[in-house]
Design a protein. Structure first.
Length: 95
């Protein structure tokens, strides 16, 4: 169990329901995060916005190109609440 998981299970950021947000990292971001893994839980008190979540995960904001919060398009300034599911993708290029 990672330190982040332990803090979430201990109830940090608890505001009724689940005490954490779940981050899902795609397309290589899971290898860039501080803690390895495609799915990570972070206490809401440590990640009140998507930008703060990225910082907590050890991801530079420039490595994130697409943000979905509960399946809805968001951005780095999007606020997070207990139980949110955040999907992060790197910038996509092509033609």
């Amino acid at each position: 169990m990672t330190e982040i998981d332990a803090q979430a299970k201990a109830g940090e950021g608890r505001a009724g329901g689940s005490p954490a947000v779940t981050a899902r990292l795609f397309a290589g971001l899971e290898r860039l995060a501080r803690e390895a893994g495609a799915e990570q839980r972070v206490a809401v008190s440590r990640a009140p916005t998507v930008r703060a979540l990225c910082e907590e995960l050890g991801l530079d904001a420039g490595t994130v190109g697409l943000v979905l919060v509960n399946g809805v398009h968001g951005d780095l300034a999007t606020g997070l609440q207990v139980g949110d599911e955040v999907s992060l993708f790197p910038p996509v290029g092509g033609g």
